[in-house]
Structure formats: structure tokens, C-alpha cells
Design a protein around this ligand. Structure first.
Ligand code: C5P
Length: 235
């Protein structure tokens, strides 16, 4: 059996400022999405990649990604109105012989292949759902609508969730089916959906390099990480 990676890439990315859809913003001469797809294609455990592209950009995205996907089977579908819908549409395009599905944000271009392969391995070892996580470094305040602090949350139990998140295919498909039946359409991550319907979700160590490009300063950080990799002789 084979593993597939879905890449929801149809978001507008308004927090990055005006311009192209976020997945197509430039990072060191290539769109964010191309970096993310190259990382997945280079991971040993990924056989198929399905990208949910912004409407109207499908053929441009397909041309661009065939250059970086190498031998890895690549499909491009049209994304939906929400991230969750984009993932659900990509799930429908997955070949029959896939038993493990990863979901990876286009907005995390620098994820190391060790993390991708570790997520796949954890699912193959029997987990229903797996999330790479990192410790939360800021002190977190819970506040009310008036801006008053209600509590300082105990950080030792908190983790920031990254992607790729990995799933047994039937677990992810049934979570998306249940979500559609219950009118849920806005989940910000897939493990959250699985958890919502009462299935266990495991965590494994993520990586500092797996951060999400959301604000303009994240693009500067990503460029610095790439420059460090290049000077160390890693692409
Ligand atoms: O906006 P945010 O950074 O949370 O988006 C996470 C990922 O979901 C991004 O890769 C974005 O392109 C994708 N997305 C999508 N379809 C949407 C909205 C977001 O594929 N309608």
C-alpha cells in the first residue's frame, strides 16, 4: 500500500498583505507551494501528492509543480471555500491503493523530510491520527472580551500543532464525512476533526523548521533558514 500527501493551497493569505494567493508567494525565487511539494516529494514515505489549488490557477500550479515533484505522482484539484473543504475535495482524488494520508499546509515550506517520514511511520505503526508538535514558548493568557486576564494557562501541557498531520485513510475519510453531515466546515486542522468525533490523536516531535508562514516576518525567517541550509550544503 502507498501513502499520499494532500496539500491544501487554496487560501488567500490575507495576513501576508495584498498580492498573490499565499501558496504562490515567492520565497527565494520559488512559490511557497513549490518548496512544500519538493519537501514531500523528497521524503521517502510519500508516493502521491494531491494539491488543492486556488480556483483559476490549476494549470499554472500543475506546470510549476511537475518541475519539483520529480518521480512522485502528482494531481492538482480545485480547492474549496474553506481549508476543510479543500482537503475534502483533494481526498476524493486519492487513488484506491492509498492507506495512509498526510495533510500538509502549503504555508509550511521548510518542513524536514525526517518529520514527514516519522509521521507516516507512526500511522503505519498503528496510530489513527498523528500530529507533529513543538513546545509553546510564550506565556499564554486567557482573556475576556473586555481585555481582562482571566487566567495564565499552564504551558507545560500546551503544544503548537504543525503539519504534516498523518491519518489512516479510513479515519480521515470518516471524519470528513461526519463533519459534512454535521454542517462543520471550518476546522483549522484535520486532527481537530478526528478528535472532535472521539478518535485518539497522538503527537510526535515536530521541528522548528516546520513553522507556518503567516505574517510578512515569517517570510524573512524562511529566507534566513534557506540561506543557512544553502551555506551548510543542504539545498
Ligand atoms: O489561512 P491558513 O494559513 O490557516 O491556511 C492554512 C492552509 O490552508 C494554507 O496552506 C492555505 O492555502 C489552505 N487553504 C485552502 N483552502 C482555503 C483556505 C485555506 O486550501 N479555502
Amino acid at each position: 500500500m502507498r501513502a499520499a500527501a494532500i496539500v491544501p493551497a487554496a487560501g488567500r493569505g490575507e495576513r501576508l498583505g495584498p498580492g498573490e494567493p499565499k501558496a504562490l508567494r515567492d520565497l527565494a525565487g520559488q512559490p511557497l507551494l513549490a518548496h512544500a511539494v519538493r519537501a514531500l516529494a523528497e521524503a521517502r514515505s510519500v508516493d502521491v501528492i494531491v494539491v488543492a489549488a486556488p480556483g483559476g490557477q490549476e494549470s499554472r500550479v500543475s506546470r510549476l509543480l511537475h518541475l519539483v515533484a520529480g518521480d512522485t505522482e502528482l494531481h492538482v484539484v480545485t480547492g474549496g471555500r474553506t481549508r476543510q473543504q479543500s482537503v475534502a475535495l483533494a481526498l476524493q482524488a486519492i487513488p484506491d491503493d492509498i492507506d495512509v494520508v498526510l495533510v500538509h499546509d502549503a504555508a509550511r515550506p521548510l518542513v524536514p523530510d525526517e518529520v514527514i517520514d516519522a509521521v507516516t511511520s507512526a500511522v503505519r505503526a498503528g496510530a489513527d491520527a498523528v500530529v507533529p508538535v513543538v513546545a509553546v514558548t510564550d506565556t499564554i493568557k486567557q482573556v475576556d472580551t473586555a481585555g481582562r486576564v482571566e487566567a495564565t494557562v499552564d504551558r507545560s501541557h500546551l503544544r503548537a500543532a504543525q503539519t504534516p498531520q498523518g491519518f489512516a485513510r479510513i479515519v480521515l475519510e470518516s471524519a470528513h464525512r461526519d463533519a459534512a453531515e454535521h454542517g462543520l466546515e471550518d476546522a483549522s486542522d484535520d486532527a481537530g476533526l478526528v478528535e472532535h468525533f472521539g478518535r485518539p490523536v497522538m503527537v510526535i516531535p515536530g521541528s522548528e523548521d516546520g513553522f507556518k508562514v503567516t505574517r510578512p516576518i515569517d517570510l524573512l525567517l524562511a529566507e534566513a533558514v534557506l540561506a543557512r541550509r544553502r551555506s551548510a550544503g543542504v539545498h
